[in-house]
Design a binder for this molecule. Structure first.
Ligand code: GLU
Length: 482
């Protein structure tokens, strides 16, 4: 049975790269029936601890639907048989394994002051040699009393291993060193704690960023000393920023997933986007539902090379998903995004508006701009027409006269004939009558009705506005334009 884990450190915002790792671990566990996805909080670095960061992680996972089988819950409780799931609450495990290592002669108290160690470093730098702690291993280390750092007594040799994504890999003895297991503050290092936890929590697959590959010889050396078999590894390639060849970072505008959520992105689009950074199913398919991702995901189809972060693609996918979600569901998710007047409008009317504007939404945050004119009469804004590429070529008098013909034509339609088909027919008649192009006539009417940069088709818009409002808006435009 597969047991994967996501092990974030609550040190700040959780960016899309971290969440992609969580997604891949989740997909692996769900693809395999009976697999478990475990959430573990790696909070041993007290200096970098950020209040609220853990909650943000939990909320993000929950919003994305990456439900975890074990670990802390938003309610404050924990679920699962392998807890506690916060490393700061697992000190007794680290202590127990540390004592085993000491007894086996594979760990020792570090007697040096930080200044002395810095001295060793400087000396190595002067001699143009790589600094290694094990070159300065003390002959008679003092007994470990819990206030000195506890170091691993490594066994330098060459290691090779298999990585499910990176393939067969190897690391030389030079990479192996006596790293710290437990710091002088009594808390374990990541290097020690994650291995103990992965053993204790019976983790079968470790999926994480490629920045940990360099430490693999150390980890394997520690597994050997502990007498335990390492899990299966899958190191994920980096995500590169949009323009350069640097790892995606906060400065590249890589927002936290919560910011995307607040910006009107749908979870389906976010999951689709994250999965596509590094994974494909071997076909040209681009849109995958969460269920399809679970069905199709395998580590063997995760690429070795870095994926590029492409926010435009995320935006495109979001537009695709806004079109695909069931209307009732979409209108629930849109609830917080309506503009001032939309918020107060009748729910059924709002749903109708949503059904015709959704195709033009890239994010739910576009809603006010693309819908407020359905809820209140917009301010006439002729400069908008004056800056339109096609329309500005036409003299104002001609624009006004086109609008007048529109009023004349449309005012003859009775309420019962105010249907999509009829409206389209009349608009087409108007087109030949005035001998103009759709890009001119229809855009003009569109502006006069909505004063928005985009809007649904004219018949759809006119039906929702109704005949009175439609004609009144055209009239106001004529009056203001004279
Ligand atoms: N706490 C580590 C991090 O946030 C996790 C690495 C791992 O998954 O082993 O980078």
């Amino acid at each position: 049975m597969i047991r994967t884990r996501f092990a974030p450190s609550p040190t700040g915002y959780i960016h899309v790269g971290n969440i992609r790792t969580a997604l891949f671990a989740y997909l692996l566990s769900r693809h395999d029936e009976g697999g478990s996805f475990i959430l573990r909080i790696e909070d041993t670095d007290q200096k970098r601890f950020v209040d609220g960061a853990e909650r943000a992680v939990l909320e993000t996972l929950q919003w994305l639907g990456l439900d975890w089988d074990e670990g802390p819950q938003l309610s404050g409780a924990e679920i699962g048989d392998f807890g506690p799931y916060h490393q700061t609450e697992r000190r007794e495990y680290y202590q127990r394994w540390a004592e085993k290592l000491i007894a086996a002669g594979r760990a020792y108290a570090d007697p040096y002051t930080p200044e002395e160690i810095q001295g060793f470093r400087d000396e190595a730098a002067r001699n143009k040699k790589a600094f290694r702690y094990r070159d300065h291993r003390p002959n008679n280390p003092p007994e470990w009393n819990g206030t000195q750092p506890l170091r691993f007594k490594s066994e330098p040799k060459d290691y090779s291993w298999h990585d499910e994504i990176m393939g067969d890999s190897a690391g030389g003895r030079d990479a192996v060193d006596d790293f710290i297991l437990i710091k002088s503050d009594g808390l374990p290092t990541y290097n020690f704690a994650h291995i103990i936890d992965d053993i204790e929590m019976k983790i079968t697959h470790v999926i994480r960023g490629q920045e940990f590959i360099a430490s693999m010889p150390n980890y394997l050396s520690l597994y050997e000393a502990l007498g335990e078999a390492p899990p299966i590894y899958a190191h994920m390639p980096h995500i590169l920023n949009e323009t350069g060849n640097k790892k995606l970072g906060k400065r590249d505008g890589a927002k936290s997933v919560n910011e995307y959520r607040a910006g009107g992105y749908l979870r389906e689009a976010m999951l689709n986007f994250l999965a596509s950074m590094g994974w494909n199913d071997g076909t040209e398919q681009e849109i995958f539902s969460p269920t399809e991702l679970v069905e199709k995901f395998t580590l063997s189809r995760v690429g070795r090379s870095s994926a590029r972060f492409d926010e435009k693609r995320l935006l495109w996918l979001n537009g695709q998903w806004i079109k695909r979600i069931e209307l009732d569901d979409l209108s629930e998710r849109a609830a917080d995004f309506w503009g001032e007047m939309g918020q107060k409008a009748d729910p059924d009317y709002k749903k109708e508006v949503l059904s015709i504007v959704r195709d033009r939404l890239k994010t739910l945050a576009d809603l006010p701009l693309l819908s407020e004119y359905f809820f209140s009469t917009p301010k006439v804004d002729w400069p908008m027409i004056d800056s339109d590429k096609q329309l500005k070529k036409l003299p104002r008098a001609d624009q006004i006269s086109l609008l007048k013909s529109a009023v004349e034509k449309l005012s003859k339609i009775s309420l019962t004939d105010w249907t999509s088909e009829n409206l389209q027919g009349k608009l087409n008649e108007l087109l030949s009558l005035t001998d103009s192009k759709p890009a001119v006539l229809f855009s003009l009417i569109r502006f006069a009705l909505t004063w928005a940069p985009f809007s649904p088709s004219l018949p759809e818009t006119m039906i929702l506005l109704g005949p009175d409002e439609t004609l009144a808006r055209l009239q106001s435009a004529i009056v203001a334009g004279k």
